[in-house]
Ligand binder design. Structure first.
Ligand code: KMH
Ligand code: ZN
Length: 270
């Protein structure tokens, strides 16, 4: 198996300080969390930005500030979100791509998302893929349900994306595919040959999905965006404790953790 690439999704768009006081919201707090995760063993930082009021924003200036603060201290692979938050326009969501990050998330289909709809129709997906291709940004395909893998195959046929592909299975969102090992196996088997994948289990599913990824040759995503608890009833005191636990689990299961250069090679980013 390849070495294990740990992704940390440190803030997301949905949570507030009322959910957990450990959520970083300012550019300096987000950058500090990112570097704590990097020092703990994360190679990829999946990034969202918040404005001065703590609300989600896709303002490139805010992302730029966060990224430069991160780069003053550490050098992870930066993956910007183009999912943003529910209700944002296509133009808003695309805005931070102008910073030409290493990677960007690309959700490849529309789904119910709790009580909302996360809107990603075919033409929008094509526009996102084309923008990433033009800027040579590697997409991470966010897979919230099984049909989304088929949509990636369609993008490939249209010549809008280039192999090797990297997928992130986001399992356990209300409205998406449930976080079970059976579903994870099914999704893994449905990928185009030569693809890499990670899995983000939502809430209490984070830990079992981490363990499954380590055993199956995939890669884990952890962080407060997906799960705020360390264990039942106990909040994670920041993102780094979640990353450190992955590192310990990987050591016990004899899977080495990839540093950033190794992760770049595995993902074809070099
Ligand atoms: N905040 C969700 C609506 C992504 O980062 O690309 C979308 C999301 C996925 O978080
Ligand atoms: Zn996200």
């Amino acid at each position: 198996m390849e070495k294990l690439i740990i992704s940390a999704a440190v803030v997301g768009a949905e949570l507030t300080k009322e959910d957990t006081p450990y959520l970083p919201l300012t550019p300096s707090d987000i950058a500090e969390e990112a570097c704590r995760c990097y020092e703990a063993g994360a190679a990829i930082i999946h990034l969202h930005a918040r404005d001065r009021e703590g609300q989600p924003t896709q303002d490139a200036a805010v992302y730029k500030e966060i990224i430069s603060l991160i780069k003053e201290r550490c050098n992870p692979i930066i993956q910007i979100s183009t999912g943003g938050a529910i209700g944002m326009t296509t133009e808003e969501r695309l805005e931070p791509l102008k910073l030409k990050p290493d990677m960007a998330s690309l959700t490849v289909g529309t789904i119910n998302f709790g009580d909302d709809v996360f809107y990603n129709p075919p033409k929008m997906i094509e526009q996102f893929a084309a923008a990433m291709k033009k800027a040579t940004i590697k997409p991470e395909f966010e897979i919230f349900d099984a049909a989304m893998v088929t949509n990636v195959r369609r993008l490939a046929k249209q010549g809008l994306i280039t192999a090797p592909f990297h997928f992130d299975f986001v399992l356990g969102v209300p409205g998406g595919i449930p976080a079970t090992i059976k579903n994870l196996l099914f999704l893994q088997e449905s990928l185009p040959e030569g693809s890499t994948w990670s899995v983000a289990g939502i809430g209490r599913h984070q830990l079992p999905m981490v363990c499954s990824a380590i055993l199956l040759g995939g890669h884990p995503r952890v962080g407060l965006e997906d799960n705020i608890y360390y264990r039942r009833g106990q909040l994670a005191e920041g993102n780094a404790p979640l990353v450190k636990r992955v590192v310990r689990l990987a050591a016990e299961l004899n899977r080495e953790v990839a540093n950033v250069n190794e992760a770049r090679r595995i993902l074809g980013l070099l």
